[in-house]
Write a protein that binds this ligand. Sequence first.
Ligand code: NAD
Length: 487
Amino acid sequence: MTADVRPPADAQTFPMLVNGRRRAALSGRAFDSLDPSTGRVWARVADGDAADVDAAVRAAAASLDGSWGAFTGFDRARVLRRAGDLILRDLEHLAVLESRDSGRLLKDTRAQVGYVAEWFHYFAGLADKFQGETIPTDRADMFVYTRHEPVGVVGAIIPWNAPLLLLAWKLAPALAAGCPVVVKPSDHTPVTAVELGRTLAEAGLPDGAYNVVTGYGPAVGQALTAHPGVHKIAFTGSTATGIAVGRAALGNMTRLTLELGGKSANIVFGDADVEAAVNGAMNAVFIGSGQTCVAGSRLLVHDSLHEEVLRQVVERTKAIRLGSPTDEDTQMGPLVNAAQHQQVLARVERARAEGATVACGGGPVEGLPGLFVAPTVLTDVTPDMEIVQEEVFGPVVTVMRFSTEDEAVELANGTRFGLAAGVWTRDVHRAHRVAHRVKAGTVWVNTYRAYSPAAPFGGYGLSGMGRENGFEAMRDFTELKTVWVEL
Ligand code: NAD
């Protein structure tokens, strides 16, 4: 730790949460969490390891065998509904903590905590309705039916870019399905997962059904993934970590959902509404300082609109106001940590060296204390360049042109990722045609970044495995049992 990031005397201390008890790590160690808008330590957080994971998994298993396992779907629905209501009551508290920890704009984190409540309310509605079937078979002497049983203890591993929301995408369906959960939040943004525990306890969730082990990936994350008492891992994070998690989980045949990185194409056809497409392109890439998995980081524009769209995007990008995440006028905050800041700048430098032109941005921001990168538009890029193939996870968009629909689809599908895509056109035939041909888990037509707890979300290819949200998520948190009864 360098001198300027030594924890100030007023740094807050955050424990972990195991079996309903907020406590320090068993080792007694703690780590620092930085405020990205100042680069200074603002919190000390319990630094867990395999022993804490084991205690949390045991507590979760005991709750499934005990009080939580005895809750019916109707009971779980009541708890989740109340949790959603209390999250709305606690919205400001959670949003302020989340913004402080992650550097996301306070107005964004307020909106996200609102969505967290929405996810709890939606899955409250499914908890008492997710039912099995009776199966007609060729055996008249048999009665056959299916049951959805909780998959077991769930390990939820969360990244730093939308910590509470991405936790809710796992937690709400897991609890609705009757599973107890052990959460491993990112070491960059550990605080709100722990705080949420108070709200869930007040909503009536029994001890042990929700546990949070804070700490680092190689210690806590690996221990959770490899723990034989964990029956399902729900992971959101980078593709590289997701592959390691997948390998470790399969050693125990642990069920898996992986929500990984992206390199999403946003395609503007010649007949698009230009104003809507430019608004969409800005929203697609720059929200969260570009640190979103669905970032529309590859803008593909038809020849006929290329010059106009590029001009407007560059103009709008130059006008983005950077500043403190808590300032209402700020349009873009800092990046989450120094490593991410350096990684983004290094990728832009390599793109420049490979022949890309920086139309605007392209470097750090002078005069601001935190980890800011100037929003950046790159042109003269080719499909094989690293900047077009690899996720940047920062405020950087490449702009490429195409002449035909086939060429647009080929460019869009020209990466190994497949999380999301945007299509801007007034031609309803083309809209559906292209939506079907693009290899991505979500395609937005004349919009971008629309989500609902009811709409499945997940990736093709290197962007992941399985789906979150909706009935798909409930299926993924249950085992399906078939029962045969001789009549
Ligand atoms: P990351 O992969 O570095 O870390 C994700 C989580 O995994 C963290 O909690 C981390 O501590 C933990 N971890 C690290 N090593 C581990 C290991 N060996 N075993 C188990 N857990 C381990 O990702 P990040 O930098 O926190 O998040 C950014 C990435 O997340 C980006 O690639 C982004 O695209 C992706 N993301 C995907 C989605 C989606 O829904 N597809 C959403 C948001 C973010």
